[in-house]
Design a protein. Structure first.
Lengths: 335, 335
DNA sequence: CCTGTTTGACGAAACGTTTCGCGTCGCTAT
DNA sequence: ATAGCGACGCGAAACGTTTCGTCAAACAGG
């Protein structure tokens, strides 16, 4: 592997000059610049990122931490992120927190030790003093994705959950649904809280009283939903529509309905916040919100790069990306 | 950030001694060892991985390159891999080749520059002299996953595709199917080639003549399958069963059937090599092979670590992980 | 013509480790 | 006794960069 010294020798200049030409950090005469570039090409020199990192104290790597990469949403995020960053010459360290705050913090520290230039985190948002602990652990430019924290310490990009809830409720309302079940996730997770709040608000707006016995919380694992939906559907006066908050819930709900011999949309309408897209060919095709992951990734990358380059607006920003409603066949009109 | 010098000062020993105690590379008396460890704890010292990498010429990071992380299979692989490696103190750089050999090679070079300790690659397996080029580009311990190359230059872990094909064909045969359509992928991709070969071989074994007009190749995009399945089903004498080789094909097939107003298993049986698991609650639930991704990851990690630690068997090894057949409801018996 | 400033180039220090080679001490075998 | 050897500890070099401070030359203004 050719080193900068080889280049210097070859171009008959000092190491300093080679570094200066490459990085443009100091003025170099055109004549020497040419000699240096030629020499670089001739010896096939590539700067050693490790040495560079050591000296500069910061790398050209960004770290991505998600709860679970095997969730399609997270996988798409990782893909878009990686594309966005590789285009500007950054590469990506990756880790799963497995929704465990301890793992999450430990990964953050590992990444920090590796001197990542920035961090993209889908925070677990759990545990005592989570937010404070995060602020105290992170000393790198960071952008939070999907879940936002009550305190705005970090730039964040998330879905516009209030808008999404509004779309869902209005759509169901238009179809004549009044008895709507809502399965909320863990309280304290912003995406769940916001979706529930949006549900309540839009129900109010449409003038329909919420039947509180149809609002269940917390339901965040597949099996919770599996059980909950069966409770809901065996009530004296079951809901005519069920709102699912994420994929796990949706899968549990469908399985639970199946177990009761029920199906959507004939026996009950099902709609979901998180998209699920084998779509055509399977029934039922689930009517759901489609999150704009590409935009989310791009915005997050932009925010992060601005911080890294310090061109930034000092105030942490929250960007909300609007979803779109994909109407398929899991909801039907009722009298 | 505390440095090794701080520890040395605190413990009143030389830097060399501190390094020796930490790494066990040279004998240190118990008394000093104790002093050093105490000092480490007191100043909260953590070795700087960057500096270590620079000096040792190799990092504690491994690189993962997959064609597309948003494919569930790849996402699961990434998850298992990351878990396996983080347990032994390695972290993971990640990149998508987007099935483009140029990107793939470029990522390999970037990772090499970062001095990864090893590489896990799902090779694109495309382009001229692919195998030779790979050998020439890679100078790090490497294990190939999913797709194997004709020349055994690298350790590889892959599904036992011949066995899988055998399971599928025997199952269909038992249900009475004789007119079986097979959509192969790109020729030259080992997984596709092996599956096709296994199909042919087992058909021979069962004594059923293959209707060559039902074997289509190449069909590797969703839209190919969408078109192909409609051709197949509008033939004078359509197949009674269709074998799909991967998810993209399966999705296209289901959509294509839907477009013709047909459905599985009533009009035709559908079976797939790659598992697809929303499963319960949706119809049809696809009968498919389940790949043992956990085992695949573990084996790959083991192979790679053996190479890295040089405990290894000099000969590159190919490990084949057997799949299992998950019988659901997309296939039915025929007369 | 002198002073002050800018431009261009360089040597050497620094980043935080690991490792090479050397020196000292105490022990054992001659 | 003393040569030889192992165990232990240390200083300094090395890894490949970037950057600081210095310096010579060229150039501007008075």
């Amino acid at each position: 592997m050719a080193t900068i010294k080889d280049v210097a020798r070859r171009a008959n200049v000092s190491v300093t000059t080679v570094s200066a030409t490459i990085n443009g950090t100091a003025p170099v005469s055109d004549a020497l610049k040419a000699r240096v570039w030629a020499a670089i090409r001739e010896v096939g020199y590539q700067p050693d990122p490790i040495a560079r990192n050591l000296r500069k104290g910061v790398s050209t790597t960004i770290g991505l931490i998600v709860p679970d990469i095997s969730i399609p949403w997270a996988a798409h995020l990782a893909k878009s992120m990686q594309r966005a960053f590789s285009e500007i010459g950054y590469n990506m360290l990756f880790a799963s927190s497995e929704d465990d705050p301890e793992r999450e913090f430990s990964e953050i520290e590992v990444f920090s030790a590796h001197r990542v230039a920035g961090l993209v985190v889908v925070p677990t948002s759990r545990g005592e003093n989570y937010s404070a602990r995060l602020v105290e652990t992170i000393h790198v430019p960071t952008v939070l994705v999907d879940r936002v924290l009550p305190q705005r310490h970090f730039d964040s990009v998330t879905d516009d959950n209030l808008l999404g809830a509004q779309m869902i409720v209005r759509y169901l309302h238009k179809l004549g649904h009044r008895d709507i079940a809502f399965m909320a996730g863990r309280a304290g997770i912003s995406s769940s809280d916001e979706r529930l709040a949006g549900f309540r608000r839009t129900m109010d707006e449409t003038g329909v009283a919420i039947r509180e016995e149809l609002v269940r919380q917390p339901v965040y694992l597949r099996d919770h939903a599996y059980a909950t939906v069966q409770q809901l559907m065996t009530m004296r006066d079951p809901p005519t529509a069920i709102v699912c908050i994420n994929i796990a819930q949706l899968l549990g709900t469908m399985a639970g309905l199946g177990n009761l011999g029920l199906s959507a949309p004939d026996d009950v309408s099902v709609i979901s916040f998180d998209g699920f897209h084998p779509a055509e060919g399977w029934s039922p095709a689930i009517t759901s919100l489609k999150q704009d992951i590409a935009t989310t990734s791009t915005r997050a990358a932009e925010l992060l790069m601005a911080r890294i380059r310090e061109e930034n607006q000092p105030e942490p920003q929250i960007i909300r990306v609007p979803p779109s409603l994909q109407i398929r066949s899991s909801c039907r009109a009722v009298a």
